[in-house]
Design a protein around this ligand. Structure first.
Ligand SMILES: O=c1[nH]cnc2c1ncn2[C@@H]1O[C@H](COP(=O)(O)OP(=O)(O)O)[C@@H](O)[C@H]1O
Length: 190
């Protein structure tokens, strides 16, 4: 079956559901401290993860029996990147059906919050690495399921930037989710 977009939140009998989150900012200034024209350049950006299998995705995972989609999202985001999100702050973006049904949410934050969240995630991962190294018992998903975390600037420059980024290998419906987010939230068509 080809991945199909379905109405947001629609589930399918006998299929598993999974929930994912894009933490994003409308305008970030990557070149803020450069002393040239780029200093004032701003672009949207989001946070993605590197998975153990080399493909990229958004933080999230499968919904457990008896859990709502939002409950699963809060749990998975805490487990995977160590951040506690407020469910009332997230908004629906798209659902896609394939072997499983995935529900993709967005969390829009300001530039300072975005950088702070990213710092927290890196900090949590650094802590996990030390716990791993000294066998103190690390129950995070870092290294087992997640091998990296990245900021993705949503910037189109000639045919480069996001147009190249989209050619990477992505897990499940990630690519479809990303294309919906680009088009419907930022008006960027690839
Ligand atoms: O960001 C994403 N968007 C849409 N689908 C994804 C994304 N990341 C992973 N998937 C797909 O969702 C399914 C479950 O994901 P994952 O393996 O991360 O959850 P789990 O750790 O709860 O089993 C897999 O089939 C995977 O290919």
């Amino acid at each position: 079956m080809k991945t199909q977009r379905v109405p947001f939140g629609q589930t399918s009998p006998h299929k598993k559901n999974a929930v994912f989150l894009a933490i994003y900012v409308d305008a970030i200034s990557p070149w803020k401290y450069f002393k040239d024209d780029m200093q004032h350049f701003k672009c949207p950006a989001l946070i993605m993860i590197d998975r153990w299998d080399g493909r990229m995705g958004f933080p999230g995972g499968t919904v457990n029996e008896g859990e709502t989609l939002l409950e699963a999202l809060v749990r998975e985001i805490k487990e995977e990147i160590g951040i506690t999100i407020k469910p009332e702050k997230v908004h629906p973006i798209a659902s896609h059906e394939n072997r499983i049904v995935t529900h993709f949410y967005g969390l829009k934050v300001l530039e300072a919050e975005f950088l702070h969240i990213y710092y927290h995630i890196l900090n949590n991962f650094s802590r996990s690495i030390l716990l791993h190294a000294y066998e103190e018992g690390d129950n995070s998903h870092f290294m087992s399921e997640i091998t990296g975390i990245k900021i993705v600037p949503l910037l189109q420059h000639e045919n480069k930037g996001i147009n190249r980024f989209i050619e990477n290998a992505f897990a499940g419906a990630t690519r479809e989710d990303l294309l919906v987010l680009l088009k419907e939230i930022f008006g960027i068509e690839i």
